[in-house]
Design a protein around this ligand. Structure first.
Ligand SMILES: Nc1ncnc2c1ncn2[C@@H]1O[C@H](COP(=O)(O)OP(=O)(O)OP(=O)(O)O)[C@@H](O)[C@H]1O
Ligand SMILES: [Mg+2]
Length: 252
């Protein structure tokens, strides 16, 4: 019943703002700044961002530190609440929805089943061992527990995650190990839309190649990706379009 009401609401939103058929994501005028009350200051995050991403496309974003790259991804995943603008996403569950305004319940559903996010820094889950972190994520995507387990092990093996670490808490892991775990957790679900915030930072070359390899596999299987990279040359051949950021906006 609730599903029907939610679907009806989604259809109304879709009718209000249809987007081109080939697009999965259509961002219009996205702005997010931060007010620091104690210092009586306003810090620029991102300003008036327009960006559309076609289904199956891989769009790369580069730019200087502090230019607002992570702010955009956090708005899409709604860990940042946008101040203004629209983020249209053509979801499988609810049709075309504005992620800037969608209710929390539907946003949680999308985070669980459709939109993956590899954050720049791993926020470790307390008292959960490495394998269980990935397995919990896989279990949300695969109903069959045997499949979830097999996909988890495949992912940890792909990233050369040493077996002795599988049943340890990751709070003591190295930066690169945490990052690889973070990527495995997001990628194991094979999300429709994957947001990557510098997924290759602090990785050695062999690990970078593994990430690239998985990104290519996901792309072939139809995942749409928006990724921030320090060095987009590394993604040559996978990246379809590139944007560069400066002071909160895109530059040519
Ligand atoms: N929660 C917050 N509160 C206050 N200011 C913030 C917050 N998040 C980001 N900022 C500020 O917004 C600006 C953009 O930050 P953002 O994290 O998007 O940069 P970035 O381009 O991802 O940088 P980096 O390459 O270093 O990761 C920075 O000046 C940052 O200090
Ligand atoms: Mg960042």
């Amino acid at each position: 019943m609730t599903g029907t009401v939610m679907e009806a609401a989604a259809r109304t939103e879709a009718a209000a703002r249809p987007m081109a058929d080939d697009l999965l994501l259509d961002i219009r005028g996205l702005t997010k700044g931060f007010t620091l009350h104690a210092a009586n200051r306003r810090v620029r995050g991102c300003e008036d961002i327009d960006l559309s991403v076609a289904r199956g496309e891989f769009v790369g974003v580069t730019g200087r530190s502090g230019s607002g790259k992570s702010t955009i991804l956090k708005c899409l995943y709604r860990t940042n609440l946008p101040e203004s603008g629209e983020i249209w996403y053509d979801s499988e569950a609810f049709g075309c929805v504005d992620l800037a305004r969608i209710d929390e319940r539907r946003m949680i559903h999308l985070r669980n089943y459709e939109i993956g996010y590899v954050s720049q820094f791993l926020d470790t889950v307390p008292r959960t061992c490495a394998r269980d972190i990935v397995l919990q994520s896989a279990a949300e995507a695969f109903a069959d527990p045997a499949v979830a387990e097999a996909e988890t092990d495949r992912m940890l093996t792909h990233f050369d995650f040493p077996r002795p670490l599988w049943d340890l808490f990751p709070n003591t892991f190295s930066g690169g190990e945490k990052l690889r775990l973070n990527i495995a957790r997001a990628m194991v679900k094979r999300p429709r839309l994957l947001l990557l915030d510098e997924p290759t930072a602090s990785l050695d070359n062999a690990s970078k190649l593994k990430v690239r390899d998985l990104i290519e596999q996901l792309k072939v299987s139809g995942t749409t990706m928006l990724g921030i990279f320090h060095d987009l040359e590394f993604m040559e051949g996978v990246c379809d379009r590139e944007y560069s950021m400066q002071r909160g906006g895109f530059v040519a």
